[in-house]
Design a protein around this ligand. Structure first.
Ligand SMILES: Cc1cc2nc3c(=O)[nH]c(=O)nc-3n(C[C@H](O)[C@H](O)[C@H](O)COP(=O)(O)O)c2cc1C
Length: 225
């Protein structure tokens, strides 16, 4: 698969086969992601790759605390409440996903079930917890660097037939993740990536999110035409 195809065809995968992912393959993917550019070559990222029992513990702790009404505790808040065009795009992908899954607007039970799937990281066989050095938390661009690495990771995975969804839901209760994965306090937990072999029968995996046309996101200056 060439890079254009990987970029074009990648989409978030939220349904996985119950099949392990070999550690060697993950090492290959991470070695590629690790080639990401970073500000001043700081390479601020750290990855914690969970499967099996530790991942089950994270899922359980995250889910129980969310159901128990524990206020989500993240090192980095990922949203307040989006408004305007951002809110519209958020709604648009939710509609696409719910339509694909046949979840009706007023079906509170199935909507809740979908949210709970997110807290379980969509039952993926692997979760990669993405962190960066806490010393770079303020007044640096470490978020950008770590995001660039994460996108490389997802693309490298895709090129190998692996599916992934970058997700904040899986680390909503970050103290659980930190404890289970034994993540040092000098690392900030930024997000996580649920990853595995896509379940081709899971219809939400076919959803292609829309993009604005290039002319709406770009302004060219000084070109002839
Ligand atoms: C930082 C980040 C956090 C995300 N968190 C979630 C999440 O918690 N749950 C989820 O289902 N998708 C999550 N996503 C996936 C986005 O919803 C998805 O990338 C977007 O809708 C575009 O769809 P695509 O990835 O299929 O192109 C997240 C993506 C990013 C980059």
């Amino acid at each position: 698969m060439n890079i254009d195809q990987a970029i074009q065809e990648r989409r978030s995968i939220r349904g996985f086969q119950d099949k392990p992912v070999p550690q060697a393959l993950l090492e290959e993917v991470i070695a590629l992601a690790n080639r990401a550019p970073s500000s001043m070559n700081t390479q601020p990222w750290h990855l914690h790759v969970l499967t099996g029992e530790p991942l089950e513990q994270v899922r359980k702790g995250n889910t129980e605390r969310m159901l128990g009404g524990v206020t989500p505790t993240r090192d980095i808040e990922d949203y307040a409440a989006y408004e305007g065009e951002h809110r519209q795009r958020q709604i648009e992908i939710a509609i696409q996903l719910f339509e694909a899954m046949g979840i009706e607007r007023h079906d509170a039970e199935r909507r809740q079930d979908w949210v709970m799937r997110g807290f379980r990281q969509f039952d993926a066989p692997v979760s990669i917890v993405v962190c960066f050095d806490r010393s770079l938390l303020n007044n640096t661009i470490a978020h950008f660097d770590t995001g660039a690495m994460t996108y490389g990771l997802v693309l490298a995975a895709w090129a190998r037939g692996l599916g992934a969804v970058i997700n904040g839901q899986g680390i909503m209760q970050s103290p659980v993740v930190r404890e289970v994965a034994n993540i040092a306090e000098d690392q900030v937990i930024l997000t996580c990536v649920a990853l595995g072999w896509p379940d081709d029968g899971f219809v939400a995996n076919d959803v292609v999110s829309r993009r604005r046309p290039v002319e709406n996101v770009t302004k060219f200056l000084g070109f002839d035409g």
